[in-house]
Ligand binder design. Sequence first.
Ligand code: ZN
Length: 272
Amino acid sequence: MVSDALICAKAAQLREDFGISPDGPIGDIRALIQKQGYLYTETRLPDGCSGESKINANGNYCITYNNTLSFGENYLRFTLAHELGHFALHYDYLQGENSHLSRVEFNSKSEIEREADRFAIHFLAPAESFIKEMQHRDYSRETISHLSNFFGISIHATIRHFMDYTDLACSLIVCNENFEIEYEHRSEKMNATYKMPFLNGKLLGSTYAYECIKNSKEVDNSELMLSDWYENFPHKIGATESVIRLAYNGKFLAMVTPNYSDLNMYLEESGY
Ligand SMILES: [Zn+2]
C-alpha cells in the first residue's frame, strides 16, 4: 500500500515535472498530457471501464479515455489524472502487465484503483489551494459544486477531499438504487462525535435519500433530525441533508451535517 503522504508527494512532483505551478487548478489536461509526450486516444473501451494506461512496445506511455461515457468534462479530467497516477505509482505493474483498465467506480475495492484516485485528487486539487478555497464554506451542495467546478474534479472526489480537510462534523453516505447503503465516510469531527458503527444495510425511510431514490431526483439542503439517519443518536439534533444523484452507476450521495448549535449543546452536556 502506498501512503497518502507519498501519493501527495508524487502528485506534487508530477506537477513540477510538467512545469505547472504547485497550486491552483489545472487547465486543459488533454493538451497537457499530449505536450508531455503521452499518446492520448479517445475510443470505445469495455463496459464499466473509464480509461486505460499502458506502456507500448516502444516504451511510450499511452492513455485512453472511454469516449462512450457521457459523464462530463470533470469526470474525463479525473480519469486522465487517475491514469497519470498509475504511471507515477504503479510503473512496475504496468511494465509487467503492459495494460491496465480502470473501472468507472470511485472508491473501488481494488487498492491500486483507490491509490490512483487519491493521486488524481492531489494532482488536480493540491491540499493547500483546496483548503484555501474551501475556507469559510459550509458542507452543502453549493460548496461542493463550486469546488468541483473550480478545480475540475468530480463531485464524489470533491466531497471526499472536503471531508479530509474540514473541521466540521459531517458525513457522506453513498447509496444505490436498491435503497442500500454502500458505505459511510465521516469527517474527523463527526467520527469523534458519533462513535457508533458506520451506517450500513438498508436506508431508513425517514431520510431524504430514500425519497430521492424512490422518485429518482435530487434534493437541496433539506432539514431533518440527525436521528432520521442515526437511529440511536440520543439527543434531538437538527441536521441538514443534501442528496446528489451521480450520473453513473445509479449512485446517490447523501451529505449529512448536524445543526451546530444543537450539536454544541449536546457536546457540552455530554462532557466533551
Ligand atoms: Zn485505474
